[in-house]
Design a protein around this ligand. Structure first.
Ligand SMILES: [Zn+2]
Length: 383
């Protein structure tokens, strides 16, 4: 049985729901922190549990290269290997092949690419991506797609979309034939509502570049193949922000209302609120964790670059409205000192705060929708 999705309330197009996975129930709309290499950088898993995400994302491309899928599978899949009892989502590896590796060659069968680590040659196909994602054992896994570059002309965008559709059908076929090979088979409770054992859930990905007609066609044909959830891919690839929103809004109209909708790779605190209000249920982005490591902190009063000299003697907490353990305990002056001295703890504390801020933002969004209010950005009043 794949995951179940229940919508409890709506506010405009925004939806408040629950995604039930083999490793716990996820309150939606949800922001998923990124743990690329089976770690949310700098944060041990017990602390991560306290910060509160119900699901995190890991990257198949990186784990395939290091430590290798077989190693993770033998150690119980990602849940066992990294000792994370809650839900995990993996991407297909496609996006990283396109964004990180050099000398990639795309053919009908799949993509040949060179590792960004040591230049060794590898091959990803829909089948090998599914095999890797089944071995990693995430709760939600993604069909293998081609992320269309931007800009791309009409012919290229259509060809890329058609290739993704063929790869999507192959992904589903391989998954259906092998879904019971997941490493935690038998270790999680069976779905109480049915006789079937819990399985991973494979989501399809809508492509089609910035062409709204192709987005519609991609959505309709992906739905025909049939998945328990749908992602909108191929955005945040350098296009202007108003275009991202336009494509998301247009694509959402063609996705089934009763299935989770996942917007990949988005976004800023303002954007995650905006997209939740439009009816997106799931989002992920490296921004809060990556920005934290570079000293960029998101607060209820706007962005703070903690490296600035103006904070050198600032006794105030980073964000007076934030209940996180960093804001409860440390001053801006101390955080600025740690960052300036290049201390490891700077990355840890900054990441704790930024993740807490993102998760609190989504908690507020869910409360708003529960009350029938359209969610508004925590910074909207200031803009
Ligand atoms: Zn904080």
């Amino acid at each position: 049985m794949p995951c179940a999705f229940h919508i409890q309330t709506t506010a405009g197009p925004g939806r408040r729901g629950q995604l039930v996975t083999p490793h716990g129930t996820i309150e939606t709309p949800v922001f998923m922190p990124v743990g690329t290499l089976a770690t949310v950088k700098g944060i041990p898993q017990d602390l991560l549990e306290e910060i509160g995400p119900e699901i995190i994302l890991s990257n198949t491309y990186h784990l395939y290269l290091r430590p290798g899928v077989d190693t993770v599978r033998k150690l119980g899949g990602l849940h066992g290997f990294m000792s994370w009892p809650r839900a995990v989502l993996t991407d297909s590896g496609g996006f990283q092949v396109f964004s990180l590796s050099e000398l990639r060659k795309v053919k009908e069968e799949g993509v040949t690419f060179r590792s960004h680590l040591d230049g060794s040659s590898h091959f990803f196909s829909p089948e090998s991506s599914m095999e890797a994602q089944i071995g990693l054992g995430a709760d939600v896994i993604m069909a293998f797609d081609e992320c269309t570059e931007h800009p791309a002309d009409a012919r290229r965008t259509r060809e890329s979309m058609e290739l993704t559709l063929r790869w999507t059908a192959r992904s589903k076929k391989y998954f259906e034939d092998h879904k019971h090979d997941v490493p935690w088979k038998g270790l999680v409770q069976k779905d109480a509502q049915s006789d079937g054992a819990a399985t991973q859930s494979l989501f399809g990905i809508v492509q089609g570049g910035m062409d709204l007609a192709l987005r519609r066609e991609s959505a309709e044909r992906t739905i025909e193949i049939g998945f328990p959830g749908y992602a909108i891919g191929g955005l945040s690839v350098g296009e202007p922000r108003h275009l991202t929103r336009e494509v998301v809004e247009a694509t959402l109209q063609h996705l089934p209302a009763d299935k989770p909708r996942y917007l990949m790779g988005v976004g800023t605190p303002e954007e995650i609120v905006e997209y939740a209000a439009l009816g997106i249920d799931m989002m992920d982005c490296v921004l809060p964790t990556r920005a934290a490591r570079h000293g960029l902190l998101f607060t209820s009063e706007g962005r703070i670059s903690i490296k600035q000299a103006r904070y050198a003697q600032d006794e105030a907490p980073l964000d007076p409205k934030c209940p996180c353990r960093v804001c409860q305990r440390y001053s801006r002056a101390y955080l600025r000192h740690l960052y300036a001295a290049n201390e490891v703890l700077a990355q840890v504390l900054n990441t704790i705060h930024n993740l807490s801020f993102y998760l609190d933002t989504m908690r507020t969004v869910r409360q708003s929708i529960s009350l029938g209010d359209v969610p508004r950005s925590p910074l909207a009043a200031r803009q």
